[in-house]
Design a protein around this ligand. Structure first.
Ligand code: G6Q
Length: 544
């Protein structure tokens, strides 16, 4: 760890990268492909069925060599080993970081404080499987003896985004007789709209909260309780219509859920890394235990790849280092993620939490302010919709936005030409961004001089294409693990704690102070802006 305290910008590889950047910053992808026609094959790696083409990046052999040297100087190898060994690498929370244990096969051994955690993981998975089967085959009945037809997950942040993303991604594999919904926002509209057409006698709530104290989740859970009791009129009904996923048995019991209906996990699972834990219960109910286990095996395949592959063949390492390259040397502020797969429509939202909550940090592990940029802004939409809105800025705007395109060779819904058209578009976008269209080409098409500059696409916009065979539970696991470990790689280079989230605390604390001021009209002691906003809300609320 001592090595980690050396300033990143003082590292020899960093300095060499700076010099190298000055040399290649104006080199165009057109020239790179012209001088090295084979780079499309050379700058591509495949692992566990994921094909990663990074040839349309503004990198040369030398760039990659220096980036790998940087990873080496930052001790990436040792940090990977430390994570897999269950060391407490989440320093500010003094916790191990072991989402990789959630997908370790039965019989493997991963120890935290000397205790093998894998048996407990499988014990919970087995209980989840049993419960999921009972919901799916109708043997778990509601209080009035009716079958459960609706499952609502109540959770927020890491206890929501993974389950929603996975449910949407794997909807094709889900039991279509079940209605699965998600309530996260403390805005009552979320709950009202999720339940308005449902019958409490057929509805099961999964209250997902690691702490079981989160304001939004507990507010929604209490509303769910009232909603159920209003329909079922018997306190005993709660046992049949509420289960909990949490690490906090005491709070679960206090809420009134029988802890026999609680599925646990552990403090070494971070919220945004928890979709493979019991937090994935709604996913398992929707797609069934076998599909859920297939998803875990996909995660595990990439875990093993990340742990064992040399950096030059290591997909998450390559992706992570490319992100550092643009973020810190080209000054790119954002990364666009565009899945050309409708089922992955919530994948960018999921990645926003994974990447931005993990690497949105301004101090190093030893508490010093960084003198370089850390986590970029992630955003995205499924293709091809974005092409008809914001892609304009990526093609011709003044900002450099590295893009990740995700596509599949086979569709789950073959319909005429649709899939070929979809895939033609993703390949065309990557090509257009890289090579653009020169003034000469535009003029040669007969474009009048006055219009020609407007039609020029400069190109040299970098992108990655991730190509897999088909979206399956296993492939989804691989994709998520790919990004998890890419985020880890970046965090190691930036020497930050990718596993805490202190920044979300302040707003929560201030909201707790404002709640009684709104509800009880207490005297206001904020700044003039906040005071006036509170006053206006109080007055207008009364007036409406
Ligand atoms: C994720 C964060 C955060 C967390 C939510 C919900 O890494 O810790 O998004 O998941 O705040 O927390 P609970 O599960 O405790 O309700």
């Amino acid at each position: 760890m001592a090595e980690q305290t050396a300033g990143l910008t003082q590292r020899p590889a960093w300095k060499l990268l700076q010099e190298h950047y000055e040399k290649i910053r104006n080199l165009h992808l057109r020239e790179m492909f012209r001088d090295d026609p084979g780079r499309g094959e050379y700058f591509a790696v495949e692992a566990a069925g994921l094909y990663l083409d990074y040839s349309k990046h503004r990198v040369t052999d030398e760039t990659m060599r220096l980036l790998f040297a940087l990873a080496d100087e930052c001790g990436l190898r040792a940090r990977i080993d430390a994570m897999f060994a269950g060391e407490k690498i989440n320093l500010t929370e003094k916790r191990a970081v072991l989402h990789i244990a959630l997908r370790a096969p039965r019989g493997e051994s991963i120890k935290v404080d000397g205790e093998d955690v894998v048996p407990a993981v499988h014990e919970v998975l087995d209980r989840m499987a049993d419960f999921s089967r009972r919901i799916r085959d109708g043997s778990w009945q509601g209080h009035t003896g009716r079958r459960i037809r609706n499952v609502i997950n109540i959770g927020i942040g890491g206890s929501d985004l993974g389950p929603v993303m996975a449910y949407e991604a794997l909807r094709y594999y889900s039991d279509r007789n079940l209605t699965v919904r998600f309530v996260s926002n403390v805005d009552g509209t979320d709950f009202a709209e999720a339940t308005r057409d449902l019958d409490p006698a057929e509805t099961l709530f999964i209250i997902s909260s690691k702490t079981f104290t989160t304001l939004e989740t507990m507010t929604n859970a209490r509303t769910a309780r009232e909603w159920s009791l209003a329909g079922l009129r018997d306190e005993n009904a709660i046992a049949k219509h509420f289960v909990a996923v949490s690490t906090n048995a005491a709070e679960v019991a206090k809420f009134g859920i029988d802890t026999r209906n609680m599925f646990g996990f552990w403090d070494w699972v971070g919220g945004r890394y928890s979709m493979d834990s019991a937090i994935g219960l709604s996913t398992m109910v929707a797609i069934g235990p076998e599909n859920f286990r297939a998803m875990l095996s996909g995660f595990h395949a990439i875990d093993e790849h990340f742990r064992t592959a040399p950096p030059e063949r290591n997909l998450p390492v390559i992706m992570g280092l490319l992100s550092v390259w643009y973020n810190d040397f080209f000054g790119a502020q954002t990364v666009g993620v565009f899945p050309y797969e409708q089922y992955l429509k919530r994948f960018p939202a999921y990645l926003q939490q994974l990447t931005m909550e993990s690497n949105g940090k301004h101090v190093t592990l030893d508490g010093r302010h960084v003198d370089y940029q850390t986590g970029p802004i992630f955003w995205g939409e499924p293709g091809t919709n974005g092409q008809h809105s914001f892609y304009q800025l990526i093609h011709q705007g003044t900002k450099l936005i590295p893009c990740d395109f995700i596509a599949f060779c086979r569709t789950l819904n073959p319909l005429g030409r649709h899939h070929d058209l979809l895939i033609a578009n993703v390949f065309a976008q990557a090509e257009a961004l890289a090579f653009g269209k020169t003034l000469e080409q535009v003029k040669a098409e007969g474009t009048p001089d006055w219009l020609a500059p407007h039609r020029v696409c400069e190109g040299n916009r970098p992108s990655t294409v991730i190509l897999a065979d088909q979206l399956t539970p296993e492939t989804l696991g691989k994709l998520v693990a790919l990004y998890e470990h890419s985020v880890f790689t970046q965090g190691v280079i930036w020497n930050i704690d990718s596993f805490d989230q202190w920044g979300v605390e302040l707003g929560k604390v201030l909201a707790q102070k404002i709640i009684p001021e709104l509800e009880g009209g207490a005297p206001l002691r904020h700044d003039s802006s906040t005071n006036r906003l509170i006053e206006r809300y109080r007055n207008r609320r009364a007036a409406c």
